[in-house]
Design a protein around this ligand. Sequence first.
Ligand code: PLP
Length: 396
Amino acid sequence: MKISKRGKEIQESPIRKLAGIANAAKARGVQIYHLNIGQPDVPTPDVFYKSIEHYSEKVLAYGPSDGLPELKDAMIDYFANYNIPLKKEHIVITVGGSEAVSFGFAVIADPGDEVIVPEPFYTNYNGFATLTGVTLVPIETKAETGFHLPDIGEIEKKITPRTRAILICSPNNPTGTIFTEAEIRQLAQLAKKHDLFLVADEVYKEFTYDGEKHFSILELEGMEDRVIVMDSISKRYSACGARIGAVISRNTEVMQSILKFAQARLCPATLDQVGAIAAYRLPMDYFKDIKLEYQERRDILCDTLTVNKDIVLQKPKGAFYIMAKLPIDDADNFARWMLESFNENGETVMVAPGPGFYSTPGKGKQEVRMAYVLETQKLAKAARIFLKGLEQYNRR
Ligand SMILES: Cc1ncc(COP(=O)(O)O)c(C=O)c1O
């Protein structure tokens, strides 16, 4: 028997692939600071669990494929805070933002069709592209320019008869970059000119620093039919295990197809949606302290790392990641070496190697992604240990 080509080719997650080596290090008694994965340590809001405790239906039945109407209402009220008017028919609740991405790819493109995406990008787009047969066409962005978009002409050159969409993630994972309103408006014009969808992964919407505002593609006028947004509560309410996300679009045909994909997997988890309703009903100032905390963490990590002048890093404005360019030969070797061969008084740091955030072979070899998801003291220590590791790696 043979397994499929896509089953063989799908990439291993760079975030999780070193887990075995990390476990072996732990078994040797080494303590690891996990900066490899975007798992926030912020407690999930109490109301999330309380509302589930009070759920009193006798049968935990299938729910609607497009999600509970009460959750959609709560989301509509949340988006109203951003002056983004939505209706229930614009939302399909999904099993995390992950399912939203795979439904999004499946609805805009047939196998072999192309989606343009700034690179580096959220690594799992590679996996979803393999699953749906979509070809990701990368646009180069660089650490030296804060991973902002190149000249729009460079992006236009990538458009072919098979191009179906331009995909952005803002605030960005892995770079932390927030694409400016001007950048997004240029992309919108390009999408209009070439009759493409404009798709945005906005799961880090709240995580913006230094007073920076996130501009959502849902705010674009005259683009209602072209715009598709992927969303999630995983980071917003620190509820990664809840697996609740959404596809949002005002394009009726898109939403009808998404609904059919959703019917094929029956429904999202009811109890998680019950918790999500309560989270979405929290006042917006819930995010205030959380944002300040992350901003402080970002500052600690960036300020500590850039003491080493050979590290290329611009302080990003959003999400909770940095993509640092390091004076190293090979990020995969380095990340592995940090776990297998290095420790500072029994402690080391785990990072995600850069190449998995690229689809262009050979790119990201000098880069690692670090998530500032630990509280400040631990993070400061992790950053210092990381610098020591880097120094020793280059001297070995
Ligand atoms: C940019 C981005 N999109 C989507 C996801 C998927 O999130 P979820 O947990 O909602 O599936 C993640 C998770 O890290 C992410 O970083």
